[in-house]
Design a protein around this ligand. Structure first.
Ligand code: PHE
Ligand code: ZN
Length: 849
């Protein structure tokens, strides 16, 4: 882990491992400080691999003994593993190592969380459990014996036998080591069952710590819905007798798709109306689906090497977003996904951390579990589906499963399936995987004698290591409206392949208004100068929900930019136009709530920067506040009406219909708070019987500066619930006025319950500070210093979470010289920490580079 000059690994250097693993037997004798792991592994020569010296990965292991075919051997131990002379042909490798799970704060390999044992092996954690070829293209069948007093002992696959103090599991499906999992502890299970499409009975369980058993029902239903959906939509059936989920409090990521034994960050599976918000419920449903869907896209078909990560992640994110669209509102899901893409992936792709969906080199693979690999990876699949059509996509996927089941694959394999099943040449399309950066798409139009011409120009700005860009294949969904508001050309998919390309529409009787990039059909920045009039027209008439929302967003952006750069006042025409939309009760409340939200301050900073204006976070904050005040004042009559419409009288249910109403109601409440100083919010807080209503009321009270009583009451009510207290920590930092944000975050870290080694608690404070745009960017640099101090402290314990959080600095070059210097100094101070992890070293180097 502590490596002075980290090594760079290249995709082009891929070489297969010299052996295949016929099977693996592990015996794990659990003990917090001295767990013994005995392995029995049968190696066979790999006929497809070049000759090589036998090497097994291993990190932080104490080797007790090793033998080959029963004869003791003395391997050469290196920083990364061991080397050994081995016989020609096949042989049996046996070893015994000792590890200390209680001392493992990095949360990779075998570790302890609140007294329970659990593992995290993706990407390269298995090498911290035993010596092994820890690479995804080495797949094998695992049998695992767990020894310990813990009442519950779980591993992958099916349970085969158990006795006093031991349990044995066997997973018949060959898998790479990163999908290995082991869990043991005093756990309770919430049981369920599922009958598959071919009539097999599958036992389901969600395992939790005692006290959490009342928070499993929703996750269980989400699991069953996911299993059914994958059968109905992708024809994929579950393939073991049992499927277990375990909730763990200390976890670096959201969740992990280990074969038959998914391990979840407890925040991503535990849910109840009293403790979880509507947004939590929706996220939990999506993550359960995501991990379950990995059983086919990731586990049955896995990745050849970690450069191919998007093969499983992009596809599985795409599948989980299809699932959410089917379960809830497709339009709302699409808009939310684009908001998220722009907030997380665009800054990454437009800054120093920019990398292709399939990277070509890395030092630490953990640093590439990014919005680009996941979310842009999913967008690329969405484009492919748009280009070939839904039916051809379905056929291609059938072929993918048929051809590659049981294999470790590449993006080439994936695209070949589409080429073979559709006859399309995807050579140019493949640039989406190799070229980084966000394409800019410019549009001009012409109308002459009934013919309307749209001319597009695409250009991708340079990104690190890629000064020149070639044109990409862009599916551009376009519709045309008549001046009277009727749609004259319904959504048409234009396929752009050139740097500049024109498309014509004939037989029109008037110059139409174009609706371009409907549904956000390609992940690009659309640069179209259009008038406020045209945007208002689309806001009123567009049939495409995404573009209708986008028109309103564009107006809000233009209004805020004018306020910031020209000292203009709020755009009352836009506020009035929006009122008409908000009053349209035929529109989904969730959609109207999205219309009501303003672009984030970070997005405004990005827009200013793109226009050559240095963003001033204080001015951006001030403009946003002024606009919100103006909306509240202008809508003083509308707000109570919307409030009444958004009222939910039925008992709480986390479904799309109710949560849409609550989202709208709570967006309205935050405006109302600007008029009444928090009166309505306090009333809602006092009456709330679910976390959605309670937390949004608390948020309003914080913004109004009237939160003291509610904060204390909230703490008294929830002090024993870690997940709810995470919200309490996070909200105070995120919602507080910028000038108080750093002090508030600092005060919170002084509390006894600020358990900074717990990633959820750490992120609650540090992640929220970064979200408080003007607070984090405080002119005096206090936000940068504070964050750097904590990152330096955490790196010693948990490099992975530290490295991920370094990305809060990724936009540093956008700001003024003073702020740049302060951020650079913070990064350099992190870089200078003696013994800095490989993870953080790589991140800081890229950020400064
Ligand atoms: N593979 C996990 C997922 O997407 C993410 C993950 C990566 C979890 C690495 C833990 C460690 O679903
Ligand atoms: Zn995933």
């Amino acid at each position: 882990m502590k490596d002075a000059s980290p090594q760079t690994i290249y995709l082009k250097d891929y070489t297969p491992f010299g052996w295949q693993v016929a099977d693996v037997h592990l015996t794990v004798a659990l003990s917090p400080d001295a767990t013994r792991v005995r392995s029995r592994i049968r190696f066979e020569p790999n006929p497809d691999a070049p000759a090589q010296r036998f090497f097994l990965h291993g990190e932080d292991l104490r080797l007790i003994r090793a033998s080959i075919d029963g004869t003791e051997v003395t391997p050469v131990l290196t920083a990364e593993g061991l080397e050994c002379d081995v016989p020609e042909g096949g042989f049996l490798w046996e070893s015994e190592v000792e590890i200390a799970p209680a001392a493992n704060t990095a949360l990779e390999g075998l570790y302890m969380s609140n007294g329970m044992y659990c593992t995290q092996c993706e990407a390269e954690g298995f090498r911290k459990i035993t010596y092994y070829p820890d690479r995804p293209d080495v797949m094998s069948v695992f049998t695992v014996r767990i020894e310990g007093d813990e009442p519950v002992k779980l591993s992958n696959g099916n349970p085969v036998a158990q006795g006093e103090g031991w349990a044995e599991w066997h997973d018949p499906w060959p898998k790479p080591a990163y999908l290995f999992a082991l869990v043991a502890g005093e756990l309770l299970n919430h049981p369920g069952s599922f009958t598959t499409m071919s009539g097999r009975e599958v036992e389901l369980n969600i395992y939790v710590r005692p006290g959490d058993e009342g928070k499993c029902a929703f996750g269980m239903q989400a699991l069953k819905d996911s299993m059914r959906w994958d059968e109905e939509v992708y024809g994929r059936e579950y393939d073991l007798d049992i499927f277990n989920i375990v909730a763990v409090d200390d976890f670096n990521m959201g969740a992990m798709e280990n074969k038959g034994l998914n391990v979840f960050n407890s925040s991503c599976v535990l849910a109840s109306p009293e403790t979880s918000t509507d947004a939590n419920f929706e996220r939990i449903e999506a993550i359960i689906a995501h991990e379950y869907f990995h059983n086919w896209t990731g586990n049955r078909i896995t990745c050849r090497d970690w450069f191919q990560l998007c093969l499983k992640e992009g596809l599985t994110v795409f599948r989980d977003s299809q699932f959410t669209s089917d379960m809830r509102s497709a339009e709302v899901k699409r808009i939310s996904d684009v908001i998220d893409l722009r907030a997380r992936q665009f800054p990454e792709d437009q800054g120093p951390l920019s990398h292709p969906v399939r990277p070509e080199s890395f030092q630490e693979i953990n640093n590439f579990y990014t919005a680009t690999v996941y979310e842009k990876g999913a967008e690329v699949i969405g484009m492919l589906r748009r280009l070939v059509g839904a039916e051809a996509y379905g056929k291609a996927l059938d072929l993918y499963f048929e051809r590659h089941d049981g294999q470790a694959c590449t993006i080439e394999d994936w695209l070949k399936v589409f080429e073979d099943s559709t006859g399309r040449d995807l050579t140019q399309f493949k640039r989406w995987y190799s070229q980084s950066g966000t394409p800019h798409l410019k549009v001009s139009d012409d109308y002459t004698d009934g013919t309307y011409t749209l001319t597009f120009t695409q250009e991708t700005p340079p990104t690190p290591g890629q000064p020149e860009k070639a044109p990409q294949v862009l599916p551009i969904a376009v519709g045309l409206l008549n001046p009277n508001g009727d749609e004259v050309v319904p959504t048409t998919m234009l396929e752009m392949t050139e740097a500049t390309q024109s498309f014509t529409f004939e037989g029109l009787n008037a110059k139409p208004v174009p609706s371009i990039l409907r549904g956000f059909s390609a992940p690009v920045v659309l640069m179209r100068e259009s008038t406020a009039e045209e945007k208002s027209f689309l806001l009123a008439h567009d049939t495409d929900a995404f573009n209708r929302w986008e028109a309103s967003r564009d107006l809000a952006r233009a209004c805020l930019l004018a306020m910031i750069t020209e000292g203009a006042g709020p755009d009352l025409a836009w506020i009035d136009a929006l009122e008409q939309v908000l009053r349209d009760t035929t529109l989904d409340p969730a959609f109207r709530a999205l219309m009501l939200a303003l672009p984030t301050q970070a997005e405004l900073a990005q827009m200013l920067h793109a226009r050559g204006v240095t963003p001033d976070p204080d001015a951006i904050y001030a403009a946003t506040e002024t606009l919100r005040d103006a909306m509240a004042t202008r809508w003083s009559a509308l707000l109570p009406e919307l409030m009444a419409e958004a009222q939910v009288d039925a008992p709480y249910a986390p479904d799309a219909e109710q949560s849409g109403k609550r989202t709208l109601g709570n967006a309205v409440l935050s405006l109302q708070t600007r008029l009444d100083g928090g009166k309505a919010a306090q009333a809602q807080y006092d009456a709330a019987d679910n976390m959605t209503m309670q937390l949004s009321a608390l948020s309003c009270l914080i913004t109004a500066g009237a939160e003291d009583a509610a904060l204390a009451a909230f703490e008294a009510q929830w002090k024993d619930d870690r997940l709810v207290m995470d919200k309490w920590f996070a909200l105070q930092v995120a919602a507080t006025a910028p000038e108080k944000a750093v002090a508030r975050a600092a005060a919170l870290t002084e509390r006894a319950d600020f358990d900074w080694k717990n990633p959820n608690r750490f992120r609650a404070v540090m992640g929220s500070l970064a979200m408080n745009h003007a607070g984090f960017h405080a002119r005096d640099g206090s936000g940068y210093r504070f964050l750097a101090d904590w990152l330096i402290k955490l790196d010693e314990k948990n490099p992975q979470t530290t490295a991920r959080m370094c990305s809060v600095f990724q936009t540093w070059k956008r700001y003024d010289a003073d702020r740049q210097a302060l951020m650079k100094a913070a990064l350099e101070r992190i870089a200078a920490r003696p013994g800095l992890s490989r993870d953080v070293t790589e991140m800081v180097t890229r950020l400064l580079g």
